[in-house]
Write a protein that binds this ligand. Sequence first.
Ligand SMILES: [Zn+2]
Length: 356
Amino acid sequence: MATTVREVLPAPATRSRSVSAWTLRRRPAMEETGRIQSEPWGARRTPVRCLTAALFGATRRIHRLKLRSSFEVQPIEGKGLGVVAMRNISQGEMILEDQPMLAIPCKDLDRLTDRDVEEMVKALPQQKQDFFWKLFDAEIFGDKRSAKSRVLTNSYPVEDASGHECFGVFNSIARFNHSCVPNVHNSWDIETQSETLYASRDIFEGQELCTSYLKPKDLYRSSQERRQLLQRLKFRCNCEACSLTGEDAVRSDQRRKELQSLTRQLEESDTTVRPSERAALLQLVEQAIGLIDADFRKNPALKCRVYSAGFELAAELADLEMASKLAKAALEEILLVEGSTSPRTMMLQQCVDLCG
Ligand SMILES: [Zn+2]
């Protein structure tokens, strides 16, 4: 069952081995800022370091307070609870940074009984336990009060510090509903062990903030296929794409099918129709970007995927100029929705630097 539900969850932002090595090399510098503590502060604590740590803690708390004030969890008609913007939020603004209250390795969940998961929940502070039991339950096992089912219904894919894939259950992020035209992008940062959410377009006060529970390749399916996938989580999507009717609905489905085909040609090396020359590659990239602009309101994360795949193909074609251009375009998009320190941003920065 674990695999079944994970299929509809968005893929985590993972990093390559080269970036992993790069970020590890960065650790000493990061320790100076207090972000990562490889040894207790008390070991070499000096007044200056205490002050630095206190200031850092205070700044972080203020930052979190500001983030919190941008949204509120409210009842949403037909959806139970949801997250609503309390002020205008600009594209590229960080909305939330959260660490999971529970992270269960994927390889363990299948063998864990419901009672095992309940014991894990019992080990949490009371406030988190209360929150956990208030989470929506899609009753995946047909049981009304299943801890395991709540994990599968609400978790996001994360990785622990050793790189093992886990089901991560969060306090606030679990309240963000799904849209097939999401206005919020989520990604996992293995270094800080936190999930970050950014506004992927301008959001106005009173609008609902939504992430996507579907992987990009599933977002490119027709509305009927998306509905079938989301049925597993026991809800019917009524987002702006799913509620289209008549010709508009047909056109949206066509655009997504076309995107599915284009990204396959760009991303999958075993396809026989991959572009083998510069002009064909450029055309594929431009077509895909145009379709994302039209059907996903210029979603930066999806555009980054297209530019990144184009970059890899340009590198295969040994076209350095084209590779450089596409890597810069990918970096520009991901900076908007993951900031400057995410693993994916750093990997793309490396690509840009390498191309010169
Ligand atoms: Zn939808």
